[in-house]
Design a protein around this ligand. Sequence first.
Ligand code: SDX
Length: 444
Amino acid sequence: MSLSGDFKGPASATDNQKSATLTLDGKTYEFPVYQGSVGPDVIDISSLYKDTGCFTFDPGFTSTASCESKITFIDGEKGILLYRGYPIDQLAENGHFLETCYLLLYGELPSKAEMEDFEQRVTRHTMVHEQMNRFFTGFRRDAHPMAIMVGVVGALSAFYHDSTDISDPKQREIAAIRMIAKMPTIAAMAYKYSIGQPFVYPRNDLDYAANFLHMCFAVPCEDYEPDPVLAAAMDNIFILHADHEQNASTSTVRLAGSSAANPFACISAGIASLWGPAHGGANEAALKMLEEIGSVDNIPAYVKRAKDKDDPFRLMGFGHRVYKNYDPRAKIMQQNCHEVLEAVGVDKDPTLQIARKLEKIALEDDYFVERKLYPNIDFYSGITLRALGFPTSMFTVLFAVARTVGWIAQWREMIEDPEQRIGRPRQLYTGSAERPYVPVEKRG
Ligand code: SDX
């Protein structure tokens, strides 16, 4: 592949002999174009600054491919989401979350033996160092559980020194297993701490989702057996949230990891980014919005506010940076929602009635249709998670538990990329040009 510049080009994209021509100040420049297996071609501009002295300008990276990846593919126009090529609805209908974890991490669906071995390895790492309990007592009881997650997950690197050397493949593997295994335990501890109940140890006889419900809802004074319907719904929710290409939190993990920071610190950075209401915090914000709307009669007023440029209010759970069609996960999430509400006997949940009516009104309104604003995964997840028994403040924590495997898979792919270098974007500077210091007595 004849390529210009230091960058040797993507490892496995095909150079389809196309190139892009740029004319600037009367000079012409050629840049190679690469084709992925599916999705848009990319123009390799890695030599642009060296060749032209110019940067590209793309705030929010709406037209920028930050990396080559083989993990997740999204087609925003067609509403397609593939994990390692497998459609999300087929994985959600036929598989389970740890199978999806294996697929995202290793690239193929596991054989029976591989699945058993992986399940065993994760199960054996679900406990956390007993001293980690003390971190929790430093937080106020009413601390947001996402604040606790950022702190406690980052502190894992203080306990697991034997899996922080990112140059050692064995340590990278153990760090991946530890993260996937311990996130539910830490999340459940954050929940228990917030309600003043004792921490519940993981049970090795339960599967991943059932164990998580057990650690959240069991109490020492009586037996607790997770409802299989609710455990299956929880498992499904984990699958839907597992990975999503180069979204804000994944890009945060990749950029943090590009400096060779340890994996626990990188995941902690991802959790911090996911917390934002424009991203993973939208499920908490969407439910709060539905509760604030309070009645289907109030919907038109809120839709009017969402369209008002002078009003910062947006319909939480609507719109997406990539999906300009229905988020495929939202459809499955809606199905999940019905099943859980039926299982817990609240199929007449007034909030669900408001959600359904809001969705219908919004999807008939020109403002939303023109801007291709459809419900995203966060629109129905809040209602489902509340029906499962979680408080609103735990919604984004559950998103983080699920997304950890995606973050780890993307982090590992970045570390193992021979072309990997520290991420260092540039800028368009519009501040003051150089000027001399003025002593205070001479200032106006
Ligand atoms: C997630 O990236 C991922 O993959 C994320 C995620 C994942 O799995 O990792 O899918 C998870 O983060 C889902 C998104 C959750 N966020 C929300 O539901 C919050 C509400 N949505 C908006 O904040 C917004 O839609 C974003 C942030 C999701 C997308 O922002 P964009 O693509 O930058 O959209 P935009 O700001 O360019 O909007 C285009 C237009 C604007 O109006 P005009 O300037 O063209 O007149 O649509 C309007 C926006 O004002 N608009 C909305 C709206 N979202 C966009 N108007 C009302 N309500 C909304 N929700």
